[in-house]
Design a binder for this molecule. Sequence first.
Ligand SMILES: [Zn+2]
Length: 243
Amino acid sequence: MKKISIEGIVLNETNYGETSKILNILTKEYGYISVISKGCRTLKNKNRGVSLLLSYATYTLNYKENGISNLIEGNTIEPLKNILTDFEKMNYATYLINLCKKILKDNNDKTLYSLLKNALLKINANIDPSIITNIMEIKVLDYLGVKPNFTNCLKCGTNDILTFDISIGGMVCKNCYQDTYIFQEKTLKLLKLFQEVDISKIDKITVSLPIKKEINDFIKEYYDTYTGIYLKNKDKIQDILKI
Ligand SMILES: [Zn+2]
């Protein structure tokens, strides 16, 4: 065991014994780790606040590389209060956490941390959570090994593109087009923007409902065809929110 201080977000909490918890923390430096927070369920425990789901804090631990580390203390960096107190935001945050957990099963890539952190901070800062979710869904395709090319025709390479043909997994131009759904130009532009944008730099983004719907249709079909991840919780959220 060695003593370390790391930045992280609690993605999972499980009660352990009478008063403790096992936390799964996605960290900036060490990827996804398990930590025992001893006594954190008692009222007076100093680590109570940093041992809750979605705590975003600096954690000092006795770190064990292939096992469960021990939490010594934590200091909150920013409380994600707006998420924790808002049903819609919480639903989207939970959905994003579950999506990231699925990716972490096969890929403990440390860059996923800043992606998720920035997405949660923006949801907490009242940026449209459905758009932040779409941006994450497009970005994590890279971790799943199926990053779409939104720039060039898959068949001839031109950047004068017409639509995205999901059945072949890429853009097509007018000449290479074969009977497939034609997405609106705005939808295709936004998908490309979502892939490239730095989430931490977003301070305002609005998308009309018909375009949102097309983006979501694209994402659902692309995930169904290429990822093996079924976005079932998303259907539920969208049902509730009538997107
Ligand atoms: Zn072409």
